[in-house]
Design a binder for this molecule. Structure first.
Ligand SMILES: Cc1cc2nc3c(=O)[nH]c(=O)nc-3n(C[C@H](O)[C@H](O)[C@H](O)COP(=O)(O)O)c2cc1C
Length: 209
């Protein structure tokens, strides 16, 4: 009996440490990103009101791929350019069911915390917490492998990813706005970021009202 209890306790501990992973469906750029570049640029705008309709998995998958997913599987390069191909930007997907880290390599989401971090992303702009999904862009300056990488490199790389998000949202019929404001202290703590992982931008995303 003692051994059974010990075994069960061990099993529960292992389960607690195991990362919860959500595989995403394959992105469908051909079907969902058909709007011409001209039309997309014509229609792109910041929108700060969202319907409470959920974003389906296929749409989210295609949006994340467009943000910084792998577009050249042969060498693992991604849709967004990055200085010295550091691929330093991580996208965190903040939803009611927690904050998830997007992993471009296997196109999946890894649970970071079960907390709903959208209010922390919103900070002083409450409208952002109304979006079903808030994408948070973090640059890991450690990925530049330089003694003192310039913060600007990470900021510029985040700008490219955010613009990809803005354009993909337009083509997908989603509403978004790029934002620098957020509660950085709360997010740094909740996401477990280290001193080289810098919060750069966020994009609340939802269907237009
Ligand atoms: C780097 C950057 C930071 C921004 N931060 C915020 C923000 O914190 N809150 C917000 O409501 N909009 C923010 N915006 C959106 C701008 O206000 C918006 O792009 C601008 O008013 C032009 O409107 P448009 O995007 O519709 O062309 C930001 C935009 C950029 C590029």
């Amino acid at each position: 009996m003692k051994y059974i209890i010990l075994f069960l306790a061990l099993l529960m501990a292992v389960a607690g440490f195991a990362q919860k992973v959500e595989s995403l469906p394959a992105p469908n750029a051909k079907k969902l990103l058909k709007m011409s570049l001209g039309q997309t640029l014509q229609q792109r705008r910041s929108v700060r009101e969202f319907s409470d309709k959920a974003i389906d998995r296929q749409t989210l998958s295609t949006l994340l791929w467009a943000a910084c997913g792998i577009n050249r599987p042969a060498d693992g390069r991604i849709t967004a350019p990055s200085a010295i191909n550091a691929q330093d930007i991580t996208v965190y997907v903040c939803r009611a069911d927690g904050a998830w880290r997007y992993e471009p390599k296997d196109h999946s989401l890894v649970l970071v915390t079960a907390q709903d971090l959208r209010p922390a992303v919103a900070g002083r702009q409450a409208f952002a917490a109304e979006a079903p999904v808030c994408l948070v862009l973090v640059s890991d300056l450690g990925k530049f492998r330089m003694p003192n990488p310039h913060m600007e490199l990470g900021a510029m790389d985040a700008g490219y990813v955010s613009e990809n998000i803005c354009l993909a949202c337009t083509a997908l019929g989603l509403a978004t706005v790029p934002r620098a404001s957020m509660d950085k202290n709360a997010l740094t703590e909740a996401l477990g970021l280290n001193e080289k992982q810098i919060l750069m931008l966020n994009n609340p995303v939802g269907w237009p009202k």
